[in-house]
Write a protein that binds this ligand. Structure first.
Ligand code: NAD
Length: 314
């Protein structure tokens, strides 16, 4: 107990100690940039060196593998695509666990299987470190603006010590419970997001076919009971909102392959808990179809274009 209290104190005292950041893609890149801009000394690593250019231009230090990040920093954030990538980064030959210092705080913000988060937290504990799962909501827009919501799982006192760092990248930091609980909350959110995005896409498509102006229809939905984040903030129809992927050929944003992965996590969770998720399962299959048609890298709002493509093939 006393040992743990000393560890936390050490981290609090060194709140400007180096922060390691691994995985600098659509989300991790802008999150790490916010830390640099808030004055944190940041050490970065990504398998694609080009993804670190802007960060190093603004003062981050680039290293060559995750173990080197752990040698240089005792607070490490990871933002990687899937469970397999996260396991590789922590447990691989040159992984974080190879050289993590005692008392290090390891925060994984990727969306992965709750069981993998739980197992990594157990392994971290054996190495004298703390592992928190802290997946995010808010998309690339929230990552850039520093307004993300973090859903945190792990020991509550460790959540408290991680909070100031997470607040430098987000607006809401919510404690969800034991290790893996952050992932559970995130999986539920994304299943609803996929369902509401598909609903918005089919609704907009039907309205257009009925001869309605898309901006007019979006405006009506957004002041009526059909309103949701997908209709209001992230409308899937090109030209309705200026700074969203649908108005940029569905580039950037949240990839369809990643949404498909999250729906797969929901499906596994539903099977494990014996829960019925008919719409979640249907959403999973629709997004899988999009991936098989080569749309995995497009933003998940491209479901609108996909529906139109299926109709045009009639
Ligand atoms: P991304 O594919 O854009 O970025 C992932 C980064 O990880 C890439 O730069 C890749 O090179 C790097 N990477 C992969 N393997 C690596 C390894 N072994 N070592 C170091 N770096 C490695 O993905 P993203 O959109 O940033 O999403 C990351 C996570 O955040 C995913 O789990 C996703 O589900 C979740 N998420 C994404 C969004 C979004 O809107 N994009 C929103 C919320 C949550």
């Amino acid at each position: 107990m006393l040992f743990r209290a000393i560890q936390i104190q050490v981290r609090c005292m060194s709140s400007r100690s180096k922060v390691g950041f691994i995985g600098l893609g659509n989300m991790g890149g802008p999150m790490a940039l916010n830390l640099v801009r808030k004055g944190h000394p940041v050490v970065v690593y990504d398998v694609f060196p080009e993804s670190m250019t802007q960060l190093t231009d603004e003062g981050a230090i680039m290293v060559h593998h995750p173990a080197e990040v752990a040698e240089k920093a005792d607070r490490i954030i990871t933002m990687l695509p899937t469970s397999a990538h996260v396991k590789e980064v922590y447990q691989g030959e040159q992984g974080v666990f190879k050289s993590a210092k005692t008392g290090s705080l390891l925060i994984d913000c990727s969306t992965i299987e709750p069981d993998v988060s739980f197992n990594l937290s157990e392994e971290a504990l054996k190495k004298g470190c703390v592992f928190l799962d802290a997946p995010v909501s808010g998309g690339t827009v929230g990552a850039k603006a520093g307004t993300l919501t973090f859903m945190v799982g792990g020991p509550e006192n460790e959540y408290e010590s991680a909070k100031p760092l997470l607040q430098d990248m987000g607006k809401n930091v919510v404690y969800c419970g034991k290790a893996g609980s952050g992932q559970a909350a995130k999986i539920c959110n994304n299943m609803l997001l996929a369902i509401s995005m598909i609903g918005t896409a089919e609704t907009m498509n039907l309205g257009l076919r009925l001869g309605l102006d898309p901006k007019l229809l979006a405006g009506i939905l957004n002041t009526s009971t059909g309103r949701c984040w997908s209709s209001e903030v992230y409308n899937p129809v090109p030209g309705i909102l200026p700074n969203v992927p649908s108005s940029n050929n569905y580039e950037g944003g949240f990839g369809t392959a990643l949404m498909t992965k999250d729906l797969g996590l929901a499906q596994t969770a539903a099977t494990t808990t014996g829960t019925t998720i008919p719409l979640g399962s249907l959403a999973h299959q629709l997004y899988r179809l999009m991936v098989t048609r080569g749309l995995g890298k497009k933003d998940f709002s491209a479901i609108y274009a996909f529906l139109q493509e299926m109709e045009n093939a009639k």
